[in-house]
Design a protein around this ligand. Structure first.
Ligand code: HEC
Length: 251
């Protein structure tokens, strides 16, 4: 028994020293940025009310409402360009009927002003015009598919049969929504509304101050986003909400 009473203080010293060492060795800049969680009390389960009917989105088909219109709105329909109010040269790119009534989309044919301008690199022809960048190749490819398939007004439901919202990934789930529907306006040297949605940090601050969800859910007190077209699908909105609730990880 005596042996124990001698060793207890010694043991304590060892434990304390080890503890101190461990704390000091951890004093470096944390690799993971700690984000204040968003208060989600009172929010409904995002997947509760989702419409899961309609048509599934086939990867072999281009859907005007869900894929092509968001690209046109985000890259062409900012105010002063091809928006509904005072559209430049009368070209309003905010609805299917308006897009087709320009006469510049040739169904089934990769020709005409519409196709040529999004593919051009000539400063006086390129659309969107410089200093805006050309559309990303995957968006041009989608527009090509849409024209080749007859430039139809097709709709699908991204939430058909159910909308997966568990384990949301910023890179795989949220970024694609922002790139197809938002960053045409919200990026570059002079982003619309001073908001750059290419930057993860600004997406996080907009999520924290409630503006991101308020805007995409078209809630009162927020400017509805995107400003034209049908808005994000219910499934896309639920994914954004779930990502926020899951801690807005940069994963
Ligand atoms: C056609 C251009 C355009 C597109 C596309 C667009 N925005 Fe905006 N956005 C704007 C403009 C312009 C403002 C500033 C509006 C104002 O202050 O009146 C703005 C403001 C906002 C705001 C602040 C809203 C508020 O109430 O203060 C948020 C958040 C936002 N956009 C998010 C988005 C998201 C997310 C998307 C994609 C789903 C998107 N925007 C698509 C042009 C656009």
């Amino acid at each position: 028994m005596k042996a124990y009473s001698v060793h207890v203080p010694l043991l304590l010293m060892v434990v304390i020293t080890a503890g101190l060492l461990a704390t000091t060795s951890c004093k470096h800049t944390p690799l993971i940025v700690v984000i204040d969680p968003v208060d989600t009390t009172g929010m409904t389960d995002p997947t509760d009310s989702i419409d899961t009917s309609g048509w599934p989105c086939s990867p072999d088909t281009a859907y005007f409402t869900d894929q092509i219109l968001p690209i046109l709105v985000s890259n062409c329909a900012m105010s002063g360009c091809h928006s509904a109010t005072n559209p430049k040269e009368g070209v309003n790119l905010t609805t299917y009927a308006k897009v087709m009534s320009t006469g510049e989309v040739k169904a089934g044919k990769l020709s005409g002003d519409f196709w040529e301008s999004i593919n051009s690199t000539k400063p006086d022809k390129q659309m969107p015009p410089p200093p805006a960048a050309k559309l990303p190749q995957d968006q041009i490819d989608l527009i090509r598919l849409w024209i080749e398939q007859g430039a139809k007004d097709l709709t699908c439901n991204p939430g058909y049969g159910g909308c997966a919202t568990s384990g949301m990934s910023y890179g795989n789930d949220i970024r694609p929504i922002l790139t197809s529907s938002c960053t045409g306006c919200h990026s570059g040297s002079a982003p619309q509304g001073g908001i750059d949605l290419n930057a993860y940090s600004s997406v996080v601050s907009l999520a924290q101050n409630g503006k991101l969800l308020g805007a995409v859910k078209h809630e009162p007190g927020f400017v509805a986003m995107p400003p034209a077209g049908n808005g994000l699908s219910e499934c896309a909105i639920s994914k954004v909400q779930a990502w926020i609730e899951q801690g807005m990880l940069n994963n």
